[in-house]
Design a protein around this ligand. Sequence first.
Ligand code: ATP
Ligand code: MG
Length: 285
Amino acid sequence: MKKLKIAIQKSGRLSDDSVKLFKACGIKFEVGKSKLMSESKNFPAEFLFLRDDDIPGYVADGVADVGIVGDNVLVEHECHVNRVKSLGFSKCRLSLAVSRDVDYSGVSYFEGKSIATSYPNILGKFLKENGVNAQIHFISGSVEIAPGIGLAEGVCDIVSTGGTLLSNGLKEVEPIFNSEAILIANNSLSKEKLELLDRIVFRMNAVQTADTHKYVLLNAPNDKIERIINIMPGMKSPTITPLAKEGWSSIHSVLKESDFWENIEAMRNMGAEGILVIPIEKMIF
Ligand code: ATP
Ligand code: MG
């Protein structure tokens, strides 16, 4: 049986969550500091541990069949791959930043100035769209020091909290690209490998849905059940079982995390008691 070759970052901000996701999908493999490759024992997959910058190219060339990479790196490298699915982790943004004491008025500030970045393509496209002519200085790392050493007047770099910018005397002025981890695949996978990918995506969907839902159990007087279940959309409909206490029932259902608190508060106001909220490990529709 052909194995699906899966490229993930060896060590960095994508690694832990990538490994965690495959493990949550029940795919077992070993991760070691010196390991460059690892075969799964319980799924026809082989993991390649690479630098994130190399992943889009390897997947495009078919050296790897699928991979996980930040959208920022994917778009910057302009590789032709299939964007299978957004994964919701390693969220960050690419932003323009300038020295803290600059009185920034808008993008036109950058007209005629120089900007240091590791993302010349994404930045170039942004400047063009905004009709700004600026000089782009490519640096592969430690971009934040560029203004301090007089290399550039601005930088375009990854920001998550802004702490690194701040400690280098910079301030974020213009977010230009939002990124998160993406599952990508080679454009011409064999039927066999596509089937393996489908199995993985099916499992990832189950894990992701479970993460955003909670299993809720509560007790309510029978005359309140109808109102309560109206705001309680379950996977199909809630399960209702009578309690030993006369006139009361127990209601079980699944709630979405996003509107969870509003729904719980409303149910309490309608007479629900003894509310239990339980995390769900996997959820399959
Ligand atoms: P490599 O050695 O593999 O080339 P790297 O140093 O280029 O690693 P990392 O810093 O590990 O890359 O970041 C990998 C990806 O994680 C980035 O391309 C981006 O998508 C995302 N990322 C970067 N910084 C953050 C952050 N502060 N918070 C969340 N996600 C981030
Ligand atoms: Mg890198």
